[in-house]
Design a binder for this molecule. Structure first.
Ligand SMILES: NC(=O)c1ccc[n+]([C@@H]2O[C@H](COP(=O)([O-])OP(=O)(O)OC[C@H]3O[C@@H](n4cnc5c(N)ncnc54)[C@H](OP(=O)(O)O)[C@@H]3O)[C@@H](O)[C@H]2O)c1
Length: 336
């Protein structure tokens, strides 16, 4: 089988190696991974910017979907042929995680999914939604679940609420579909004119171009109910948080998810406390939250947006493409 490894940090160092597929032990299953979806975290990990202390060589990427091809002798829950996705943080089953339960994540520090076959513990996978292809399903364990946790696990999103997403990456597009599915009003920002039209086509109610309107916070505040946005998915980080604080409604929630514009900066916190704003850090989500997301995806017939698929041999191009930010939705690597 082929697998991609990071022998040394740096995109150009990625390399494919070949070895025999592993054998599942008593409580394990062997999954033939058909598709892997990329997250911004994978790029940071490969560059050594996410955690420079990760032990190398490491198989990158956290998200994969495939089919069980062999099961260990004590596995009752699964059978050969079942279609599954891996769980991002397999030790975090439900509720609020303890520190130790969010330590072992796929694609660093544990080996990830950019491999043709991978062993999973029987409890570290969930069934993929019946209505999705392998690539569509591969977008759920990190990007999809992060959007779900922000809006529903921590955010208690209700029909009629207003949601703001930033940019057109995987987390933001997942949040658009989920928010629209329960009848929320959605505002999206983008820095790209062509993507403005595509956002409207997805059903976004208001689009703001953050290059034409750098102070978009006040504009966003006037949309929806007129009193501000109920939920903001903050993927920009330090460079966008100030605008989000201007846009948020009193008692609204800003989910702190990403750091595309940096992780450190000066922020005026006064409006946060004066308006009872909830700043909620988000780390992906639990296994049970992933199961709930799968149920919702099936029930609401949601299809994640795939921008482009690359073969495994073009993994370096795929990561470079992710880095360029020109994508709209998810980038996947097909393993077969
Ligand atoms: N906390 C968690 O659990 C978690 C989980 C998943 C991801 N994340 C983080 O969330 C962020 C987004 O991840 P992703 O995988 O969705 O990324 P992605 O697919 O790479 O999306 C990036 C998109 O964001 C937009 N963008 C880039 N720079 C921006 C900026 N300064 N301000 C606003 N928008 C900007 C661009 O869209 P336009 O061209 O449309 O502007 C770009 O295409 C990353 O920082 C990632 O590490 C965190």
């Amino acid at each position: 089988m082929k697998k991609v490894i990071i022998p040394e940090f740096g995109i150009s160092n990625l390399k494919i190696v070949e070895e025999d597929p592993p054998k599942p032990q008593k409580y394990e299953v062997l999954v033939k991974i058909y598709s892997v979806s990329l997250n911004y975290r994978d790029y940071l990990t490969i560059e050594g910017k996410y955690n420079p202390n990760y032990k190398l060589p490491l198989v990158p990427c956290s998200d994969g979907a495939g089919e069980i091809v062999e099961i260990g002798e004590s596995v009752q829950e699964w059978k050969v042929g079942d279609r599954v996705i891996g769980v991002f943080a397999p030790d975090w089953v439900d509720g609020k995680a303890e520190r130790k339960e969010i330590r072992n994540t796929l694609g660093g520090p544990n080996d990830g999914t950019l491999t043709q076959y991978r062993i999973f513990h029987k409890n570290a996978i969930v069934s993929l939604p019946k209505n999705l292809s392998y690539s569509e399903a591969a977008t759920l364990p990190c990007a999809g679940l992060t959007a779900w946790s922000s809006l529903f696990v921590e955010g208690n999103l209700k029909p009629g609420d207003t949601v703001l997403v930033q940019g057109t990456g995987g987390v933001s597009l997942a949040a658009i579909s989920l928010a629209k599915s329960i009848g929320a009003t959605v505002v999206a920002t983008t820095g790209n004119e062509e993507k403005e039209e595509r956002l409207k086509f997805l059903g976004v109610d208001h689009v703001i171009n953050y290059n034409r309107t750098p102070n978009w916070g006040k504009v966003a505040r006037s949309l929806g109910s007129g009193d501000g946005i109920d939920h903001i998915l903050e993927v920009g980080g330090a460079g966008t948080l100030e605008e989000s604080i201007k846009a948020i409604k009193p008692f609204g929630q800003i989910s702190l998810i990403g750091i595309l514009s940096g992780s450190a900066g000066k922020i005026n916190l006064l409006p946060v406390l004066m308006q009872n704003v909830r700043l909620q850090g988000i780390l992906v989500g639990s296994k049970n939250a992933l199961k709930d997301l799968v149920t919702c995806i099936e029930k609401c017939e949601i299809h994640p947006v795939i921008d482009k698929e690359f073969p495994m041999e073009s993994s370096i191009e795929a990561i470079e493409y992710l880095k360029s930010g020109s994508h709209f939705g998810k980038i996947c690597i097909r393993n077969f």
